[in-house]
Design a protein around this ligand. Structure first.
Ligand code: FAD
Length: 388
């Protein structure tokens, strides 16, 4: 099997690296790694990326995209994640997830209205799926949208809407037919987050990062903001989840390289972590698993390129990557000993507290975007054909 990139792909990666060398400032990386995960420098960086059409890298050219395959989208995201840049994970949900669904199901008016500002990096989206009583079982969602004249009136609550404090729009699932079987009564809306009646309140995760609870109180949403047909939202959501299912290893590779760099450091003649045989074995094991993870995620990008969107391979990557992140964060702390627990800002904290922060961050990775149990369910049923 030949895993090499072709010439055009090599040139694309080189161009991305050059761009990152020139444009990615410390301020941007600091904002993305910070608790709010976004800030003015990061937003400005995204707009510069937009001039390259990289926020819309795999949309068709007629909508302002670059018309590249999911493989190029994957290569771009790998580089962004490795360098700590925005655009691959929490931000650019508009370009990565919303726009492809609008291109498939939106009206011509919706395409004209939303696609150009997404491609230019002027607007972004937060995903509004989860509710207090609907997470893994998303079809149980209760937020209610009632049609009154030419508006839907929406009332209810969303939980863990991560990007709401910096995004302009909510990509919102709400129930439009409470009498129908639960999968068949849901619709998908684009909601301006500045609409009267929307309240956004922070929830701080154990990693100290912000996600949000969002309350809708009789929020009036124009009928033309409904995407697709009424009550077909669950099928559109399934499509949106397909576009979300591209995982990269750049963020893990970044941490791993820094960890190995830390182990190589020798400031005096005292033994270092690199001399500890057990620690060496642990990072050697991580190096193997990282390679496995990279191959698995590249495979999903390739499958999306050839039109196979069965989802089970994506579940394999999601599960493997996030559980690897947890193993890696544990090894990091062991290698650094008690110093590893020091937080950012403490002069004695190795890697400026990255190990401690990563340990806390990695906990939620196996929950967000579908828990490990749900991924195992998908692998068992869709992958192995076991009964539901
Ligand atoms: C940091 C963070 C960011 C998030 N960002 C967003 C966001 O931007 N937008 C958004 O809409 N949501 C977001 N989420 C929500 C996330 O998708 C849900 O938390 C997740 O899907 C799990 O849902 P739940 O929390 O309701 O847990 P539940 O579904 O109640 O699950 C509780 C436990 O039961 C297990 N379980 C549930 N069903 C099954 C089953 N059928 N078989 C086996 N085990 C099962 C789960 O694995 C879990 O361990 C975020 C969550 C976190 C933690």
């Amino acid at each position: 099997m030949d895993y090499r990139l072709d010439e055009e792909q090599e040139a694309f990666v080189a161009e991305v690296r050059r761009f990152l060398d020139e444009e990615l400032s410390r301020e941007v990386v600091r904002e993305v790694a910070g608790d709010e995960r976004m800030g003015p420098h990061a937003k400005a960086f995204l707009r510069k990326m937009a001039t390259k059409r990289w926020l819309s890298v795999s949309w068709p050219e007629q909508w302002g995209g670059l018309g590249r395959s999911p493989i190029e989208r994957y290569l771009l995201s790998e580089e962004l994640a490795y360098h700590g840049a925005p655009g691959a994970a929490t931000s650019n949900a508009g370009g990565r997830i919303v726009a492809p669904v609008v291109i498939m199901f939106g009206t011509p008016e919706q395409k004209d209205r939303f696609l150009p500002p997404i491609a230019r990096g002027e607007i972004d989206f937060a995903l509004g799926y989860t509710e207090p009583e609907a997470g893994s079982d998303l079809a149980s969602l209760q937020m209610r949208a009632e049609l009154e004249g030419d508006h839907y009136v929406i009332t209810g609550q969303k939980l863990f809407s991560t990007a709401c404090h910096f995004a302009e729009y909510h990509w919102l699932a709400a129930r439009t037919d409470p009498e129908a079987p639960k999968h068949r009564g849901i619709s998908l809306f684009i909601v301006d987050l500045k609409s009267p009646g929307v309240t956004i309140e922070p929830i701080w995760t154990m990693a100290g990062e912000r996600t949000n609870a969002v309350f809708y109180d009789q929020v009036r949403v124009p009928r033309e903001n409904l995407i697709g047909q009424p009550n077909q939202g669950f099928y559109l959501l399934a499509k949106a989840l397909e576009f979300e299912r591209m995982f990269v290893t750049g963020d893990l590779r970044r941490y791993f390289d820094r960890l190995v760099g830390y182990m190589r450091e020798r400031k005096d003649d005292s033994p270092t972590a690199a001399d500890d045989r057990l620690a060496r074995h642990r990072v050697a094991q991580l190096a193997i698993e990282l390679q496995v993870c990279k191959q698995l995620s590249a495979r999903v990008a390739w499958q999306l390129t050839v039109g196979d969107s069965s989802g089970r391979e994506a579940s394999v990557v999601k599960l493997f990557k996030t559980e690897l992140a947890q193993r890696m964060s544990q090894v990091g702390l062991r290698v650094m000993g008690l110093y590893g627990q020091l937080q950012r800002g403490d002069a004695r904290a190795p890697l400026n507290g990255r190990a401690e922060k990563f340990y806390r961050q990695s906990v939620s990775s196996t929950i967000t975007g579908g828990t490990s149990e749900i991924q195992r369910n998908v692998i068992a049923t869709r992958g192995l054909g076991l009964p539901r």
